[in-house]
Design a protein around this ligand. Structure first.
Ligand SMILES: Cc1cc2nc3c(=O)[nH]c(=O)nc-3n(C[C@H](O)[C@H](O)[C@H](O)COP(=O)(O)OP(=O)(O)OC[C@H]3O[C@@H](n4cnc5c(N)ncnc54)[C@H](O)[C@@H]3O)c2cc1C
Length: 471
């Protein structure tokens, strides 16, 4: 076992000192254990390692980055990477919109810890080698504050930096227990698929970054049965066992019934494209070719509107100019979607309507009416904000993507404080235990604004890495 570990170390650790890791029989001693190698875990590992701590990341899968479909996803920040306010945005505005849209259920101090540090986290990612589109978009974020990476993704950037700093990664071992051997939580027990157990000690503590439970349909059924019929867009690793483990050890949990949903193409949605990234560039239409909800409504309201459409097909519709404004990967996915039969393209609206089995005049009426709202900056039907009535749907060819509502993220989980310390039922920090990312339940409330997922996970992961070991 020791030999295997040391060989793993030799291959994984580039340029970092290995002197402070001690290998005993079945036990590895370090300063910090990070559970989960997703966005939050990688950010926590990098920031703890930057302080000079020896960090072990334990990831149950064979590689870092679980929901890497979002690896070049949107990052919400009230300032651009170069520090300019996004269209006059501010930390206060980001806070207020996030807090209100989440039903005022977030912990204000934790939300503030996130939104106030999001701009510096965006700049930090820039310093690590990421570059972002300078123009922020509104993606159900109530403001144009979502930045899109241009080249490198978050996972590859953070992983490269972690390796450079000598972070030690353990793969294919699942965390099955956390324990206290001193006055703090400091030991993690893992198991391989074959049932081999190992113990890892983090002298200063453990950072839980094991993600949410959006792929665990039995937990969804238990906590929020109204979503049990929906498919999930999460990878299988979003299973929630670490959350339940933390509860057994005394951690308080909150909001487990809060599930965020998003429209996605049916079945395996990957590489099939979508048109909803920028709320000002598309409309939803139903099987009669009519709009049925405002595209910039809060996500729970959009989910309810989809439920009202029952099993009838629903589409996202945009023009060619919108498509050309999206990243190349999205454009490629849309072309693949045509092959999958979920994306439709028509040389004009009537042609598109016939492919969707919608009477052409109805679709033409809908789009002309929407374009008149754009012209007059007033949506008489669904109240889309004038800030998002920016682009007519006018430049053919026209595109439509068939979408179903899918489970996107569990919003409930651990209760933490503004220093990312995990709290118990009496609201006291559990010494040595930290949490960040979608395992945390008191950051968003009952809705998460677009871009706040990656942004809060990386920002609070980074904060947890700074806080661990601090008195
Ligand atoms: C398709 C898709 C697109 C998205 N796009 C965006 C976007 O554009 N903008 C945005 O803000 N958000 C987006 N999100 C949400 C965003 O991906 C999540 O907020 C983010 O993944 C949360 O990061 P995390 O590190 O907390 O969890 P994860 O990324 O889920 O990472 C958790 C890690 O912990 C590991 N793990 C779990 N249990 C154990 C265990 N027992 N032992 C060891 N390891 C374990 C998992 O394998 C995983 O690698 C998207 C999500 C999806 C699914």
């Amino acid at each position: 076992m020791i030999r295997r570990t040391l060989i793993g170390m030799a291959t994984l650790v580039v340029g970092g000192s290995v002197g402070a890791f001690w290998f005993k029989s079945k036990e590895t001693v370090s300063d910090v254990i990070v559970v989960g190698g997703g966005y939050a875990g990688l950010a926590a590992a990098v920031s703890a390692a930057k302080k000079g701590l020896k960090v072990v990341v334990i990831e149950k899968r064979a590689r870092v980055g679980l929901n890497t479909h979002s690896d070049r996803g949107l990052f919400a920040s009230s300032k651009s990477p170069s520090g300019e306010p996004s269209f006059g945005d501010s930390v206060e505005n980001h806070f207020r919109q996030s807090y209100d849209s989440g039903g005022r259920l977030a912990d204000p101090a934790v939300l503030q810890a996130f939104v106030s540090r999001a701009p510096e986290t965006l700049a930090w990612l820039g310093n690590l080698g990421m570059s972002f589109d300078k123009t922020a978009i509104n993606s159900n974020s109530l403001w144009r504050r979502c930045y899109q990476p241009l080249q490198n993704g978050y996972v590859e950037t953070l992983y490269r930096e972690a390796i450079r700093l000598g972070v030690y990664f353990v793969f294919n071992e699942k965390v099955i227990d956390i324990q206290r051997t001193s006055n703090r939580m400091d030991v993690v027990i893992t198991s391989t698929d074959r049932g081999n157990k190992k113990e890892y000690k983090g002298r200063y503590g453990i950072i839980l970054c094991a993600g949410g439970f959006g792929a665990n349909l039995s937990l969804i059924k238990r906590f929020s049965p109204k979503y049990e019929q929906l498919e999930s867009d999460n990878e299988q690793g979003s299973s929630g066992e670490v959350l339940l483990l933390a509860k057994e050890k005394g951690a308080a949990l909150c909001g487990l019934d809060r599930i965020l949903c998003l429209p996605r193409p049916p079945g395996n949605f990957k590489s099939q494209g979508y048109l909803h990234l920028n709320v000002s560039r598309f409309i939803f239409i139903n099987s009669q070719g009519k709009r049925f909800v405002s595209e910039d409504a809060l996500r729970p309201a959009i989910t309810e509107a989809f439920f009202r459409e029952g099993n009838n097909p629903v589409y996202e519709l945009a023009d060619d100019l919108a498509v050309k404004n999206y990243q190349l990967d999205i454009q490629k996915d849309l072309w693949r979607g045509i092959e999958h039969g979920t994306v439709f393209k028509g040389k004009n609206l009537a042609d598109l309507a016939s492919k969707l089995s919608i009477p052409p005049d109805l679709l033409v009426d809908t789009v002309e009416r929407y374009n008149s709202f754009v012209e007059n900056k007033k949506d008489l039907d669904f109240g889309k904000s004038s800030l998002n009535l920016l682009h007519k749907i006018a430049h053919g060819p026209f595109w439509a993507v068939r979408v179903n509502m899918k489970i996107h993220e569990s919003l409930g989980g651990l209760v933490i404080d503004e220093r990312c310390r995990v709290l118990d039922e009496a609201n006291h920090p559990i010494l040595g235990l930290y949490g960040a990312g979608s395992i945390v339940g008191n950051v968003h409330g009952n809705n998460r604004l677009g871009g706040n997922g990656l942004s809060s996970s990386i920002t609070l992961g980074r904060l947890a890495g700074q806080e661990v070991g601090r008195i």
